[in-house]
Structures are given as structure tokens and as C-alpha cells.
Design a protein around this ligand. Structure first.
Ligand code: AMP
Ligand code: MG
Length: 409
């Protein structure tokens, strides 16, 4: 039996980053940038007003006071999206609106509420400093600036910035195509009707969701019965995918054929039993293919929680690596146990906990209840997985590392 860390090392050593593609900006949210983006333009492209007001020469206002305001004649008008008709002369001001390009000759803006306007002139009651209410050319981005780097996850702000520098398309890493196969004579897929002794297929749906959430593009291979040829045939369908995830049939029972099916496909197996609970029987193999990178395959255990937790620990990092993410691990926090958190077995426990944040800002963890690997409802309740060594109890008040599965409100 090998340790989780060693298992992950073996996996990541065999998973490389996919190629890239060009996508329109509107389709780039949550994608991973595959280029280093350098701006070819200044943002803003020219100095412009940050207020509705009057553009002027600050020198004309240096002596101004409430008692003796500077009088300037309103000689033009610049709305946003329009240029001034001519340069501004001494003693003049142009009416200007937010976003309007500063006229040549002007160096500052005074907001309209700060002046008194009448009969084509304004009275400026104070000196205006050079640059007041002017957004300088290139103050956000300079032409030649590197603005975003390869590996960056694109969120709303990144997309806004790309648009601001005029990029309508962007190079992103391809989304990994991940095939999901459920196996088991007892598994009936949704839409069908369970026969005697059958249960609904839940793993396909939780795993596909985990894949999509991690930026993959999941594809269902349906449910294969516990038959070597059937499992092999379904796996063949997936040979042009980037990753395959199966569940169940990977133990040492007489009806466990997933490993044998992988062998038939020429797979090399890199690990099998891992020191963890839930989980343990999890196989990772690669299927070599001429002229292509080898296809990584995870054969996860069948119990719904075991499948989800082994996905978290092993498949998710591999998927993120394929997709070019820099950060492969979930954030981990230290939490205080509100009640004892016991891991009675010998294997390292990944125990489902709910988390809360106390007034003191410290995380508190509490077991979700029954930790059996078939109890999906305790997975629903789980905010994180507390990592507890074998045969260990974290007493109430003690601290425990917790892998965060979602944001804590
Ligand atoms: P196995 O790994 O084949 O021994 O399966 C372990 C347990 O997981 C059994 O009780 C199965 O019925 C259950 N199981 C396997 N596959 C699924 C699935 N797709 N959905 C729900 N439960 C499953
Ligand atoms: Mg089975």
C-alpha cells in the first residue's frame, strides 16, 4: 500500500499539459490563459476627463480665489467620443464631459459643481492643479506592458482587461475531455428502470460534475455490466479522450474486471492500493498510443463517497495539470475540532466535516455524521475533508488540517 503523496507524484509524473486554442473573449471565462499577453496600446489611449466639468490651463487659475475668481471664456465643447475642434487658448475653457479627450493646450479639469457659469464664461474660485481630474494617457496600461501571464485563470477582471486592450480573442488551454464509465451489474442508469437488485447510477453524475467544476469537459460512457468484454469495449470508445475515469469493479472480487480490461488495452498500471479511507482500491494506468501521448486512466472505487474523495485527491490535480492550471491543490486550513474527530481505522482518514468560522476568525470543524463510504448525504453536508492519521482521535479543541471543498459562508 502506498501513501497518498507518493501516489500523487506517480500520477502527476505521467500527466502533461494539453495544447491550446483560440477562443472569443465571451467564451473565455474560467479558461486558462496559454499566452503571455502584452498590450500593444496605451489605456487610456489619450488623456481624458474623469468628471463633467471644464477643461482649462491650470496656469490661468493660479491667482484665483473666492473673492477674485479667474474668469475664463467657454470656447468649445468636448463630449465623450468626440475630439475638440481646436486647441485651447490662454484664458479659455472648454466644456468637457466624463471620458471626453482633453483638448490640446488644456492640462486639467475643474468639476462643473465647483464653478459658477454664466453668459459664456465661468468663474473659477480657486487655483486648479495640473492634472486635476485628468486620467493620464497609459495610466492603466502602457503599450509594451506584459499584462497577463500564461497559466492564469481568466475571471471577469482579466476579461475586462483583455477587452480594454482590444483583444477580441485569446489563446487558452484546451479543456480536457474526460470520459466517465460506471460499471456494475447492479447499476441502472437514469432514464431506465432498475431491475431486481439494481440501484440508480449516481457516480456518473457526481464524477461528471466534479470534472466540469474542475474545468474539464465530461462525457458519459454510460454503465457497463460486470463483464470484461463490455468494459473493454466502452473503454475503447474513450481512446481519443484526454482522460478516463471509471468507477467500481476495481477491487479483488470475482466480478471486478476493470483492471483486466485495462490490461487488454495494453495499459501500464502505476498504482493500485493507497493508504486512505475512504478509498484504498484505486488504480491509475496509462494506455500508450502510437504518435500520441499515453492516455491516463483512473479506476476509482465504486462506493459513491470513495469515488468522490479519490477524485478530489487524485483526479482533480491531474485534470488541473492537463488544463494548464498552476495551482493543483485545494486550499487547506487548520480548524479546531468542536467535538472529537476520530479515525479508528489504520488507514489515513479523509473525514467529512462541516466548517464554520468563529467570532475569532478561527475555523471550527465537526464531523458530518456517519463516515461510511456509501453515505452520500454526509458528502452533501461536507465543507471539507479533515485529514487524520490512522488510529488517531483529534480531541475537542484540538486542531486538524482540513481540505476546503467549497467556500464557507
Ligand atoms: P465495487 O467497487 O464494485 O465493489 O462497488 C462498491 C459499492 O459501490 C457497491 O455497493 C456498488 O453498488 C456501489 N456502486 C458502484 N458503482 C456505483 C454507481 N455508479 N452509483 C452508485 N453506486 C455504485
Ligand atoms: Mg462491483
Amino acid at each position: 500500500m502506498i501513501q497518498v503523496e507518493e501516489a500523487l507524484e506517480r500520477i502527476l509524473a505521467r500527466v502533461g499539459v494539453l495544447g491550446d486554442e483560440l477562443v472569443p473573449l465571451q467564451r473565455a471565462l474560467r479558461r486558462v490563459l496559454s499566452e503571455n499577453v502584452v498590450s500593444s496600446v496605451d489605456v487610456p489611449p489619450w488623456p481624458n476627463s474623469s468628471m463633467d466639468g471644464y477643461a482649462l490651463r491650470s496656469a490661468d487659475t493660479q491667482e484665483a480665489s473666492t473673492k477674485a475668481p479667474a474668469r475664463l471664456s467657454v470656447a468649445g465643447r468636448v463630449a465623450a467620443g468626440h475630439l475638440a475642434e481646436r486647441p485651447l487658448g490662454a484664458g479659455e475653457t472648454f466644456r468637457i464631459f466624463t471620458g471626453g479627450p482633453l483638448p490640446e493646450g488644456a492640462d486639467s479639469v475643474i468639476p462643473q459643481e465647483d464653478v459658477t457659469a454664466d453668459e459664456g464664461t465661468i468663474a473659477v474660485p480657486r487655483p486648479v492643479a495640473t492634472g486635476d481630474f485628468v486620467r493620464a494617457e497609459g495610466e492603466d496600461v502602457r503599450a509594451g506592458d506584459g499584462v497577463l501571464e500564461r497559466g492564469r485563470l481568466l475571471g471577469p477582471a482579466e476579461l475586462g482587461l483583455l477587452a480594454a486592450i482590444g483583444r477580441a480573442q485569446v489563446r487558452v488551454l484546451r479543456r480536457p475531455r474526460v470520459a466517465v464509465l460506471s460499471t456494475g451489474d447492479e447499476i441502472a442508469d437514469l432514464g431506465g428502470r432498475p431491475g431486481p437488485g439494481q440501484i440508480w447510477n449516481s457516480n456518473t453524475y457526481s464524477l461528471m460534475a466534479q470534472i466540469d467544476e474542475a474545468g474539464g469537459d465530461s462525457i458519459s460512457l454510460g454503465v457497463a455490466p460486470d463483464r470484461l468484454d463490455e468494459i473493454e469495449a466502452r473503454l475503447r470508445w474513450a481512446l481519443d479522450c484526454d482522460l478516463v475515469v471509471s468507477s467500481a469493479g476495481v477491487s479483488v472480487g470475482e466480478h471486478d474486471f476493470v483492471k483486466a480490461a485495462l490490461e487488454r488495452l495494453g495499459a501500464e498500471q502505476h498504482l493500485w492500493l493507497v493508504d486512505m479511507r475512504p478509498g484504498k482500491p484505486i488504480a491509475f494506468a496509462t494506455i500508450p498510443s502510437a504518435g500520441k501521448r499515453a492516455l491516463p486512466v483512473f479506476a476509482l472505487p465504486g462506493n459513491p463517497v470513495s469515488a468522490m474523495v479519490t477524485f478530489e485527491l487524485f483526479v482533480r490535480p491531474a485534470l488541473l495539470r492537463l488544463g494548464g492550471h498552476g495551482r493543483l491543490q485545494r486550499p487547506q486550513v487548520r480548524a479546531r475540532a468542536e467535538a472529537p474527530i476520530a479515525n479508528p481505522g489504520r488507514r489515513r482518514g479523509y473525514l467529512r466535516v462541516t466548517l464554520s468560522v468563529g467570532e475569532d476568525g478561527v475555523y471550527r470543524a465537526r464531523l458530518t455524521g456517519d463516515q461510511s463510504s456509501g453515505i452520500l448525504r454526509s458528502m452533501v453536508a461536507a465543507d471539507g475533508l479533515a485529514v487524520v492519521p490512522g488510529d488517531t482521535t483529534v480531541e475537542a479543541g484540538g486542531t486538524v488540517p482540513v481540505i476546503l471543498l467549497r467556500e464557507i459562508p
